[in-house]
Design a protein around this ligand. Structure first.
Ligand code: ZN
Ligand code: ZN
Length: 98
């Protein structure tokens, strides 16, 4: 069966091409995602996102953990929502789903 051996050669070369393409996609996606990660737990931010008076952002899970105190400047955090960031996040998520 010569067909069988030639088939395996084809699939391996195709596999290599696919791998390179996905690597590129992942690289550009992680670049965007890093900005949208919580600096405390490094998990992707999910609305609601909270910010202090200095604009430091923290996710809603970390807010109670930090006792509503900004980890960077010790200002109160948890009262103000970071609407701008939530908008960016929603737009990014809707793009990622498509
Ligand atoms: Zn967090
Ligand atoms: Zn702060």
């Amino acid at each position: 069966m010569h067909c069988g051996s030639s088939n395996t050669d084809d699939s391996s070369s195709i596999h290599l091409q696919k791998r390179q393409r996905t690597d590129d996609k992942i690289r550009s996606a992680t670049l965007d995602l890093e900005v949208l990660d919580c600096p405390i737990c490094t998990e992707p931010l999910i609305a609601p996102i909270f910010q202090c008076d200095n604009g430091h952002t923290v996710c809603s899970i970390c807010c109670p953990k930090l006792r509503n105190k900004c980890p960077f400047c010790a200002l109160p955090i948890g009262d103000k929502r970071c609407r701008a960031m939530e908008k960016v996040l929603n737009r990014f998520l809707s793009h990622a789903l498509c």
